[in-house]
Design a protein around this ligand. Structure first.
Ligand SMILES: [Zn+2]
Length: 175
């Protein structure tokens, strides 16, 4: 999976764009909200830890990594909740697009796919072209082969996610 840092950077770029489009939105607030909402879906790694302890994990589970928190319907629910707390419109838009950006980026990574349409179907989706390499979670951090996989994963995230985020943010400030 792309790291939460990379998801957060992409979400921060979305926040920067929103702050540019809506001048009354404080930049720091928009950037922080974008970063947090983009990293939020991977809170489901908690489910994976639980499965590792009490049961064998399955990609068809609802409460697993890339399961229910990666559904397209979570972001609209979050926005509805925010409106309930009287949050401003532009900030809830940052939450919406930040969250959805996470799902989009995950489609470009990994073999397991993303359960975009939960709870209606457990089917998992992914793009055929997935240039973002996974950084494996492992305890073998000192083995050369593991370090090679980590550096390849980081390089692909910089090449595909960080650069796209930088281009998006820069284009917004040019125009
Ligand atoms: Zn994810």
């Amino acid at each position: 999976m792309p790291t939460p840092i990379s998801h957060g950077i992409f979400g921060a770029a979305i926040g920067a764009i929103a702050a540019r489009v809506v001048p009354e939105l404080p930049v720091w607030q928009a950037v922080a909200t974008g970063a947090l909402s983009a990293a939020l879906p991977d809170i489901d790694v908690v489910f994976e830890l639980r499965h590792a302890i009490v049961a064998k994990s399955s990609r068809y589970r609802v409460f697993t990594h890339r399961g229910i928190t990666h559904s397209l319907f979570v972001a609209p629910l979050l926005v509805m909740l925010m409106r309930g707390f009287d949050a401003s419109g532009p900030l809830s838009a940052v939450v919406f697009w930040g969250y959805q950006s996470h799902l989009l980026l995950d489609l470009f990574n990994g073999r397991d796919g993303v359960a975009l349409l939960l709870p209606f179907t457990r089917r998992r989706y992914r793009f055929r072209w997935r240039p973002i390499r996974s950084i494996p979670l492992s305890t073998r951090v000192l083995q050369p082969s593991y370090l090679g996989k980590v550096s390849a994963g980081v390089a692909s995230e910089v090449a595909w996610i960080w650069s796209c985020a930088a281009i998006l943010a820069a284009l917004t400030y040019v125009f």
